[in-house]
Design a protein around this ligand. Structure first.
Ligand code: TXA
Ligand code: MG
Length: 321
């Protein structure tokens, strides 16, 4: 199969209607999309990624009014958050309707729904009469792609079309939440911060830690090892890491600081001005570049544990596991 890259929405739509896979741009990362209501098409997502089928997929819809099509109940707090963050990097876990295939939800009784904030993908969704199941468009366990070229480098020959929407503007995946009464449980940290959620729903109780409540499983995809480069990555305080890996050729990921050390082969300063948004946008592309740097180890420093720093630290922690 030859893999084409372009911005032809009609071609992407035709392939998806035939049950094919198309890589799609979103504001967070590129997704590997298929018709969410066609189990055979969804199965090919798992085989193409090498992803275990217990790990459920996010279903992408053109607007929040579509949540009712796939969820049996959409609580008022979800409507309130959707009014603020849809389209945007926020995914809602809701009780599923039976038309959503079990393969999409890992056999569970909930479905994850989100409205991606990207003009090409919103236009594509508007032309389809089905929603799109889409995990990040990387082989299972590897770094998520934030450009069409990243997708091409790893999935060429395996999918027919990559819809090129330019570099992703947020750069880390969506925040996954489950709402229970007045409580918002964050199942995966991502592009919408806990602070964003508190501002949007001042009366709600935002629980930032993993939730293992009786009714809802914690996000099953939150495996310990994930987002991992091929070169071993270590995560912590930079001065201590530099000392620990004396004698090895090092590639560094830092927030604002530049290190002058003869053993430092390459370094990626994610935001010289200290902007966490910019750092998140640069994170995955920087990890890929350092993976090709020829270093012995990648050393990544801990980011401030607030705002988008929480999602950045989460990804670096998993990349180091
Ligand atoms: O930004 C994103 O969310 C990107 C773009 C493509 O939309 N997608 C993405 O998909 O990151 P993926 O498959 O790499 O991660 C989906 C996460 C996993 O942690 C999965 O376990 C969780 O969402 N998830 C999906 N359905 C769920 C459910 N019913 N209950 C709890 N967690 C769920
Ligand atoms: Mg992923």
């Amino acid at each position: 199969m030859t893999t084409a890259i372009g911005d032809n929405i009609a071609e992407a739509a035709a392939l998806l209607q035939q049950g094919g896979l198309v890589a799609i741009p979103t504001e967070t990362v590129y997704g590997l999309a298929a018709n969410a209501l066609n189990p055979e098409a969804v199965l090919s997502i798992f085989t193409t990624k090498g992803r275990p089928t217990f790990n459920p997929l996010i279903v992408h819809v053109p607007n929040a009014a579509h949540f009712e099509r796939y969820a049996t109940h959409v609580p008022p707090l979800v409507h309130q958050l959707a009014a603020q963050f849809c389209p945007g990097p926020l995914t809602f876990v809701l009780p599923k309707k039976s038309l959503v295939p079990d393969l999409v939800t890992g056999g569970g009784d909930t479905v994850a729904l989100r409205v991606p904030h990207h003009p090409l993908t919103l236009a594509l969704l508007g032309q389809l009469d089905f929603p799109l199941a889409a995990p990040s468009a990387n082989p299972f366990g590897y770094i998520s792609p934030v450009t069409a070229m990243h997708v091409y480098q790893q999935l060429q020959g395996k999918i027919a079309y990559i819809l090129d929407g330019g570099p992703c503007q947020v750069g880390v995946e969506s925040t996954v939440i489950a709402v229970e009464g007045n409580t918002i449980h964050i199942l995966r940290a991502g592009g919408i911060t806990a602070e964003d959620l508190r501002m949007a729903a001042p009366g709600a109780d935002v629980q930032a830690q993993q939730w293992n409540g009786a009714q809802q499983p914690a996000s099953p995809g939150m495996l310990k090892s994930h987002y991992a480069p091929k070169i071993k990555l270590h995560f912590g305080e930079m001065e201590a890491l530099l000392h620990q890996f004396t004698g090895q050729r090092k590639a560094l990921i830092t927030f604002t600081n530049t290190y002058t050390n003869p053993e430092v082969l390459a370094q990626e300063v994610l935001s010289p001005t200290g902007n966490l948004q910019e750092a998140a946008r640069n994170l995955f592309a920087a990890m890929r570049r350092l993976d090709d740097s020829g270093a012995d180890v990648i050393l990544a420093e801990r980011f401030p544990q607030h705002g988008l720093g929480i999602a950045i630290n989460d990804r670096l922690e998993r990349a180091s596991a």
